[in-house]
Design a protein around this ligand. Structure first.
Ligand code: TEU
Ligand code: CA
Length: 540
């Protein structure tokens, strides 16, 4: 089938199912809950929903540890519910993007249960094993969630390799039988009408543990091209690979316009700019704003007509952007809208993470209220290493993944209207002020602003197609750029900080041009920006 590239004009909404909407009073979000809220998503105007994993899973890492790729976890519903969701969403022209976790499975997957039975079991080679002796792992590689990446299995006198938790053994992509099983599973989901896939840590599938290679292994693009050819290229899908190790050169391979790999990748260069160089995300540093501008500009320029960008501030692993680089106190709505303007003005496919469109914020809980395996592990590890509790909690409040995983704030009702039972994780107390019911009513809400931004991308081709030019490169407060398509131009100007700033209109612009959107409503003085003020001008 010929790909139509519909996703170039699309906006994707990410749902973290367990935190979105609970329909059956057990405190956990589910598929029927999502179906209940499709009208809300249609109102927002999005074109596709990326669902974090809903397949059968022991939930060691909230579904990123799958024990049956062809079934739905009972916690979320049934296969029938999933088919219902695909149908109901389809009726509203919304496609469903599934999360494929192909680097590892759960240790409770039948493949792994078989693999552990013996070295000559046909499934043994589906995983990555090395001989060794107890307490003498093959090397000192560390797992992403802490501890050694090698787990000893005494019955086999072997270690298995896991880049994430011990309950997430790495799959062995060198095995063609495993690859074939994966492709058949994907084709099976495509048959069901799935509209696309997000590929979890896809740059880590070609690991070479003996060489201590995790991402970007030598056979990576060979595997991806085969995967794409055997599956995605048989449909008209959106595909997005998660690639922490991508640079612009690699991204051009991943998102090659010839369609040989994916539609696009998530890259994280802009996401690592507020941590100490060479250290972990928990080692906080102020955002390097000039670097942020350079990074965006580089990706916009490099991938222009040679690849395709995904645009995001948030996902289920990242803190809330309004708390991170905006101001969630005095200027919550203004800064949330400014950050949205900056991102949605760029070339690429924008992703909105649930609650971002309401300006939802981070939380500052005590350790007992956190649920995430990564957070709980770093807390324990850093205490053992001698860090003070307060220092650790400061890092967790700033960067912990549960910031993004608190219940979606639907209304001013117990548990934010997410569930009438005790939710699996506590709701953010500010749901009384920040909630969907209220924002749908208020014309100047963050929600209504997102809705307008999403509509602009549909009304003006220039958002998808225009070229990019960074302005005011050295300015310490303003993020400004133009987009150009033939005679048509956009000028996007954002005050990233809370002080008032002045600037000079760029050459060719008077300030009298049409304003497509502005977060303060009326422009008062064209060359002065109020705290977090943002505007998009257009001329032809
Ligand atoms: O995340 C990939 C990944 O590398 C994360 O663990 C990331 O480093 C971390 O969240 C940043 O602090 C993907 C999924 O998005 C994540 O939710 C899973 O836990 C992980 O893969 C394992 O499947
Ligand atoms: Ca439920």
């Amino acid at each position: 089938m010929k790909e139509s590239k519909w996703w170039k004009n699309a906006v994707v909404y990410q749902i973290y199912p367990r935190s979105f909407k609970d329909s059956n009073h057990d405190g956990i979000g589910d598929l029927q809950g999502i179906i209940e809220k499709l009208d809300y998503l249609e109102e927002l105007g999005i074109n596709a929903i990326w669902l974090s994993p809903v397949c059968k899973s022991p939930q060691d890492d909230n579904g990123y540890d799958i024990s049956d790729y062809r079934d739905i976890d009972p916690m979320f519903g049934t296969l029938k519910d999933m088919e219902g969701l695909i149908k109901e969403a389809g009726d509203r022209n919304i496609r469903i993007i599934m999360d494929l976790v192909l680097n590892h499975s759960s240790d409770e997957h039948p493949w792994f249960l078989e693999a552990k039975k013996g070295k000559d079991n046909p499934y043994h080679d589906y995983y990555v094993w090395r001989d060794g002796a107890k307490d003498l792992p093959p090397n000192d590689m560390r797992a992403c969630f802490g501890g050694s990446a090698w787990e000893w299995v005494p019955e086999l006198s072997q270690y298995y390799f896991h880049q994430f938790s011990v309950k997430q053994p790495d799959l062995n992509w060198e095995n063609p039988k495993l690859r074939r099983e994966i492709y058949d599973m994907i084709l099976w989901w495509m048959e069901k009408g799935v509209g696309g896939f997000r590929l979890d840590v896809i740059d880590q599938i070609a690991k070479e543990p003996d060489l201590k290679i995790t991402n970007n292994g030598p056979r990576l693009h060979e595997y991806i091209r085969e995967l794409s050819k055997e599956t995605f290229q048989k449909g008209d899908l959106i595909t997005v690979g998660e690639a922490w190790g991508a640079n612009t050169e690699l991204a051009k391979l991943y998102s090659n316009p010839d369609g040989s790999e994916f539609s696009m990748v998530f890259q994280f260069e802009h996401i690592n700019l507020d941590q100490q160089p060479g250290k972990e995300k928990w080692d906080l540093a102020p955002l390097d704003f000039l670097k942020l501008k350079q990074v965006f500009a580089k990706w916009q320029k490099e991938l222009y007509q040679t690849g395709w960008n995904s645009l995001f501030w948030n996902n289920h692993d990242l803190p809330r952007i309004v708390s991170r680089w905006g101001n969630d106190k005095e200027y919550r709505a203004e800064s949330a809208k400014m950050l949205a303007t900056l991102l949605h003005g760029l070339q690429g496919t924008p992703y909105v993470y649930q609650g971002e469109e309401l300006g939802m914020t981070n939380v500052e809980y005590d350790i007992e209220d956190y649920r995430d395996i990564e957070t709980l592990n770093v807390y324990r590890e850093r205490l053992e290493k001698g860090y003070g509790k307060e220092e650790i909690m400061t890092s967790i409040h700033a960067k912990g993944r549960d910031n993004a995983r608190t219940p979606m704030q639907w209304e001013n009702a117990p548990n934010a209207g997410f569930s009438d039972a005790t939710p699996w994780i506590r709701a953010n107390g500010n749901y009384k002020e920040i909630n969907a019911v209220r924002e749908l009513k208020e014309e100047d809400s963050v929600f209504c602003y997102y809705k307008k931004l999403i509509q602009l991308r549909k009304d003006y081709e220039i958002f998808a197609e225009g070229s990019f030019e960074l302005l005011l490169k050295e300015d310490k407060d303003i993020f400004a750029y133009t987009r150009t398509l033939g005679e048509e131009k956009l000028f996007i100007v954002c005050n990233f900080h809370e002080k008032e700033v002045f600037f000079t209109m760029p050459k060719g612009w008077t300030g009298e041009e049409e304003v497509l959107i502005a977060n303060y409503g009326k422009v008062l003085e064209s060359e002065k920006l109020r705290p977090y003020e943002a505007r998009i001008y257009r001329k032809k």
